[in-house]
Every structure is written in C-alpha cells, then in structure tokens.
Design a protein around this ligand. Structure first.
Ligand code: ADP
Ligand code: MG
Ligand code: ZN
Length: 491
C-alpha cells in the first residue's frame, strides 16, 4: 500500500498600507478617481524623477510587523525588481530583496479542524515561520472595459502605481487549506486592528497568493507547486486550495505530471485556470536601488510605534477570559474585530454583567448586525444602550424574552432601551403587593379549580400561573408569580 498524501502550502500576502499618499511620491492613494489623475513624474516612471521615502509607510509597515510579532531590521535595503509589464512604466518595481524590513519571524496562530459542514472544532495553536515581511510599491492596473468583441478597449491606470505594500511570505508550513484560512484571517485581523491596512480582500487591498503542492507522507522533498491568484476572499482561497490538492492527487495517482504554473481561481465555475506557465525560473536581476539610501529604523522609532499601538487581539482575548470569565470561544469571537471588542467593553461597563453582555452580543446583536451588513462600530444600538438593556433584564424589569423584542426594536428605530420598554408598556411587575392583589382576584374567580388543586390535583398549578399572567397582561415577573402562588394556594 502506498502512503497517503500530504498537502503543502506556503502563502504570500500583499497588504496595502493605509497611507494617504504613495510610498515614493506625494500623490494620493485614493481609489475611484479619474484614471491617471493621481500621478506625477515619480510614479509615472519618467526619466530623472527621484523617489523619496514616505515615513508614514515605514510606520505602518512597522505596525504590521509588530502586530504579527515580527522583528524589524534596523537596516534594510530597497532593490529594483526588473520585469516588463505594461502596468509598470519604469520597467522595475522598487521592492526589498536580500535585506528586507523583517526576516525569519515566527508567528503563533490558532487553528482548528473543520467538520463536513465547515464548523470548527479543537482549536489549537500552530507555529508559522514567516520568511520575510518587506516593503514595496504596487504596480498600476491594466483595465479592460466594454464588451468583448463589441466595443472592448483597454488602458493603463497608474493611480495605484506607487501605493505602499507590505508583502508577507511564509515558509511552506501549512498542511491543510483550513490552516491557510486561519492564518490569513489572523493576518487580516492583526493588520486591520492596528490600522496598518484596511485588509479587505474584496476591495483588493489585501491580496493573497497560495502556493500549493502535495507529496507522499514521509517524502522529504517538496512536490511541484502551483501558485494560485485571484483569490478574492479567504473562503475562496480555501476552496481554491482544496480544488488544487484534489487535482494534484488525481493527476499523480493516474501517473500524470504537474507543471509549475500560475493559476487563477474562478469562483463561479469553482475551478482554476492557467494564467501563465512559470516553468522557467524568472530572472528579476535584482540590484540595490541607487536612488534611495538604506532604510535605517532606530530603536526609539520601533518603541514609539509599539507604544502608540492599541492592545493587540491575542492579549485582549486573554484579558477577556481572565477578567470577565469568558470561554475561549466567547473571547475570540468578541475580539474578531477591534470595534467589536471596544463595543463589548463599553457595554459591560453599562450592564455590570460581563457574561450576560457577551451572550447578548454574540447571539442577538450579532444576528441583527449581520442581517444589516454592519460592524459593531456602526451599530444603531450604542454599546451603552445594549448594556442598559442587559441591566433591565438582570434587575427583573423585563424578561429575557421581552428583551429580545426590545433589542430588535432598538436596532430598527435607534431608540433607547428605556424608551422602547416604556412605549410598549413592558415594564415587568415584580412588586409582591401588586402581584398578590392579582393572585387574590384569580383565586376568588376560580373556586372549582381551587378545590381540585387542594384535593391534590397539582397540575392545576399551571392553570393559576397562566391566569395570573393573563390578568397582568404578561407583565408580572413569572418567578415572583410562582413563589407567591405557592404560598397563597397553600393557605
Ligand atoms: P517563487 O520564486 O516561485 O515565488 P519561492 O521559493 O519564493 O517561490 O516561494 C514562494 C512561496 O511558495 C513561499 O510562500 C514558499 O513557502 C512557497 N513554496 C515554495 N515551494 C513550495 C512547494 N513545493 N509547495 C508549496 N509551497 C511552496
Ligand atoms: Mg511568488
Ligand atoms: Zn506620484
């Protein structure tokens, strides 16, 4: 019997750093403007134009590195990566090569196995070796507009040329598509969290390439890899990897050979298609960029950058479980985004009940946010009002069930918890004097049931509860009703 197959994946992530201007000139990085309007001699690659490094890009690159727990080299070198492509008028991209901004980093992520339905179970830590994080400029864009064979035309838009990128390359450390999925989500969250990048794969400001190969378990050599591009979401990437792994195994088991190539993922057809063959090793003829001095990053700069960053997601999740008594699942869901973690903490301050607040956010509020396509930061229910609602339930003013309806209404109308409760006349009655009065009326009106109950027909207790709730228009606190009824039916 032959050994089974092992999947090998290495990932390259390009994150657009969230600067207002480009990395080597003062042009705006804004998208959606008139094509080629945000350009100048530097980013158009006109002869004689000189690049000047934008320190904001270095700062955000440093934030990215620190958020991922990577070291930063005190000295790194910009290099020219030479290749010919229409969206690269200079004929080279300014990147970093043998002396990058950060090298040989180690990253710990949490990863989980998934069942058939894609549900995660058994979360556990995993170490990922990060080969490098370097700074570089983006290229322009080839734009194709109009209908094929009708009025199709193409042009180059250089508004994106010179936008700062951080490229993060891992060793071929991943052994499943889900590990790759968990890694990219980890990176996305970290970069977004510290404001280094908007990290949105759909908008293309986070781009990910997956290198995939398979080999027999126990084989020490790596198999032929393919490079997957056009992955517009983390889930698409996961699916594309699965598709390729199956194709590789099928090909190899039937005696076929794989070619090293670049493939594009087509999400509609759920398959890959070739972009270009990559069989020949490309020769970029890297050499140091003569127009830029070495990038020197002093210790003080790194420390200042670190000090200016918010508490990172990992430590924050740990603090949530320790000081609020949350489970790992709760703490990690509430730190999925910084705005959500901030929301949670303000809501807890208002509610005084950390666990109940976590539950309300994770279930009821998350559902409303998801339906509306909103993040916590844009929630129509402010954190303090969610906290107020949880407090009302805690104090027995309204029931949990009523609370759910109140939240939906708060979400819809933007009204406060108090306003909705009052408007709907929901305030729950817990006052024993008032409840006793209702109970007395109910008992007086049901002499037959009372007699049967006292004769031993205990199932009638439910009848009395129902009558009291009805008479109170559902406002009586059921717990108090139960207590008082038992008492009164005895005598
Ligand atoms: P290239 O020169 O084609 O870009 P690199 O050696 O620079 O290749 O590696 C690019 C990425 O591919 C890295 O993330 C690396 O970990 C990954 N990689 C390299 N070889 C393999 C392989 N055989 N299978 C899967 N991933 C690989
Ligand atoms: Mg590559
Ligand atoms: Zn420019």
């Amino acid at each position: 019997m032959t050994n089974s197959w092992e999947t090998i994946i290495g990932l390259e992530v390009h994150a657009q750093l969230n600067t207002g201007s480009k990395i080597f000139c003062g042009c705006a990085t804004r998208f959606g403007d008139e094509p080629n309007s945000n350009t100048c001699p530097v980013c158009l690659g006109l002869p004689g134009a000189l690049p000047v490094l934008n320190w904001r890009a270095v700062e955000l690159g440093a934030r990215a590195a620190l958020a991922l727990g990577l070291n930063i080299n005190h000295r790194s070198i910009f290099s020219r990566k030479n290749y010919f492509y229409p969206d690269l008028p200079k004929g080279y991209q300014i990147s970093q090569y043998d002396q990058p901004f950060s090298a040989n980093g180690v990253l710990e992520i949490m990863t989980a196995d998934r069942d058939e339905a894609g549900h995660a179970h058994d979360w556990h830590p995993m170490t990922v070796n990060v080969t490098r994080l370097h700074l570089e400029e983006d290229a322009g864009k080839n734009v194709h507009e109009g209908l094929p064979e009708v009025d199709r035309y193409s042009y180059i838009d250089l508004n994106r040329a010179g936008t700062p990128l951080a490229e993060i390359v891992t060793e071929p450390d991943f052994r499943s598509s889900w590990q790759a999925y968990d890694y990219v989500n980890h990176v996305r969250r970290a970069l977004l969290w510290v404001g280094a990048s908007e990290a949105d794969m759909e908008k293309g400001n986070l781009r990910c390439e997956a290198n995939v190969s398979v080999r027999r378990v126990g084989d020490p050599t790596l198999g032929t890899k393919v490079e997957l591009k056009n992955l517009n979401s983390v889930r698409f990437m996961q699916r594309a990897i699965e598709f390729e792994v199956e194709r590789h195994i099928r090909t190899l088991e039937s005696g076929g050979r794989l070619v090293q190539e670049t493939l594009l993922w087509d999400e509609k057809l759920a398959e890959t298609r070739p972009m270009r063959s990559k069989e020949e090793a490309h020769d970029y003829r890297y050499f140091p960029e003569p127009d830029l001095p070495p990038l020197i990053v002093p210790d003080e700069f790194i420390e200042q950058t670190r000090a200016a960053m918010p508490e990172l997601p990992g430590p924050r999740a740990r603090r949530f479980s320790e000081s609020y008594g949350l489970s790992f699942a709760d703490a990690s869901q509430l730190t999925a985004e910084r705005s959500l973690a901030d929301y949670y903490e303000s809501a807890v301050e208002a509610s005084g009940n950390a666990r109940a607040t976590a539950n309300w956010i994770r279930s009821e509020l998350s559902r409303e946010l998801e339906n509306a396509g909103l993040t916590a930061a844009k929630s129509p229910v402010p954190a303090t009002e969610l906290g107020a609602l949880v407090r009302m339930i805690d104090e027995g003013k309204i029931s949990g069930k009523q609370g759910k309806d109140v939240l939906v209404e708060m979400f819809r109308s933007g009204k406060s918890a108090g306003a909705v409760v009052e408007e709907r006349g929901l305030v729950q009655v817990s006052d024993t004097g008032e409840i006793d009065r209702v109970i007395d009326l109910v008992i007086a009106a049901s002499p037959n049931q009372l007699e049967q109950y006292r004769a031993g027909k205990e199932t009638l207790f439910g009848f009395f509860v129902g009558q009291v709730m009805k008479a109170s228009k559902g406002k009586a606190n059921p717990k108090v009703v139960n207590e008082r009824l038992r008492e009164k039916l005895k005598s």
